[in-house]
Write a protein that binds this ligand. Structure first.
Ligand code: GLA
Length: 327
């Protein structure tokens, strides 16, 4: 009897040990296109939290171009990783990334930016988590339209800067969502000026917006929207640099990470009026956890998850963040 119990106990111990050894064997890569951007720093932070909780290893890699993506995938395979999550520097790398992952027997999931095939259509077989881009864009447009009305501006005296990065589908959906909402509120389409940014950072947005402002020096008031907070911050910095007063500018971003919050903390309001806060926790923690479950327990994640956003303004951001459970 005693030895029988001992045998079971030994079995349980061995099983538990095997289980935990397996968690420690799991290695997951998390590749992001712009490691210096607060959004991606936050994604990594939350992915790390999942790694700590589950006991797997997370390898964080900045992959700013196609070559870095290729070598990072090879590297991960050489290190014995079983899968990776990627926000690609270029969605057109899609088929190459999928082929490289398959050749190395690595599971792949995308976050933020969805891969496209040669025909420009999304690779629907690849597991993806992104934001509800059109809807969030509409929230941006509505917030701007409401504030235009509150300030009593005549829409015909307002110019809109569309900070654009049209090679990225989620960027197009976001700005087009904003435009749809603005038009629905009566904003004249001919007052919308495209400001294509060469890269998705603040500096590139500043340069793009400056060109628009210089070409349209007679416009009285300005509004701005774009892919993310960085895009809108760039446009706001551009208005400041050409001497437009903050009360004549309404910029609404998307993100809600450090760069936006710092703006709200400034003692005097700037033209950065608001942001739609999105969730780096879902995009970092949840993707990492999903990849872990896939590797360790064969549980394949949902093919497509779209996350929501919540509008936050200078005087509401603290309450909104609290509601969302941030800090
Ligand atoms: C894109 C943008 C990021 C962030 C994410 C959110 O990748 O470049 O700044 O907005 O989408 O999904």
């Amino acid at each position: 009897m005693r030895s029988w119990k001992a045998a079971i106990l030994a079995g349980v111990v061995a099983f538990a040990a095997a289980g935990s050894t397996f968690a420690a064997d799991v290695k997951i890569g998390f590749l992001v296109k712009q490691p210096e951007e607060p959004w991606f720093q936050d994604e990594w932070k939350f992915a790390d939290q999942a790694a700590k909780e589950k006991g797997f290893t997370l390898v964080k890699i900045g992959a700013e171009d196609g070559e870095k993506v290729q070598s990072a995938i090879d590297n991960l395979a050489a290190q014995g990783a079983q899968g990776f999550i990627i926000c690609t520097p270029d969605v057109k790398l899609g088929p190459g990334i999928v082929a490289k992952a398959a050749a190395n027997d690595l599971k792949v999931m995308t976050v933020d930016d969805r891969l496209v095939g040669a025909d420009g259509k999304p690779l629907e077989d690849v597991v993806h988590m992104g934001i509800s881009a059109t809807k969030i864009g509409e929230t941006v447009g509505q917030a701007i339209a409401e504030e235009i009305k509150k300030r009593g501006w005549d829409m015909k005296d307002v110019g809109a800067i569309r900070v654009s990065y049209d090679q990225l589908p989620t960027a197009v959906d976001r700005v087009e969502g904003a435009i749809a909402a603005l038009k629905a509120a009566g904003f004249p389409a001919e007052n919308i000026y495209d400001a294509p940014q060469a890269k998705t950072d603040t500096e590139a947005a500043l340069n793009a917006a400056t060109t628009v402002l210089n070409k349209n020096a007679n416009v009285k008031h300005w509004v701005a929207f774009g892919l993310n907070d960085e895009a809108v911050l760039g446009a706001v910095r551009a208005t400041e640099s050409v001497g437009i007063a903050a009360e004549n500018v309404i910029g609404v971003g998307i993100g809600g990470a450090e760069s936006a919050i710092n703006e709200f903390k400034k003692p005097t309001p700037t033209g950065f009026f608001g942001t739609v806060i999105i969730s780096p926790k879902r995009h970092g923690y949840e993707t990492a956890l999903n990849m872990y479950e896939w590797i360790a327990n064969g549980k394949e994640p949902e093919k497509l998850t779209l996350t929501a956003g919540a509008l936050a303004l200078r005087d509401t951001y603290e309450a909104v963040r609290k509601d969302l459970g941030i800090e």
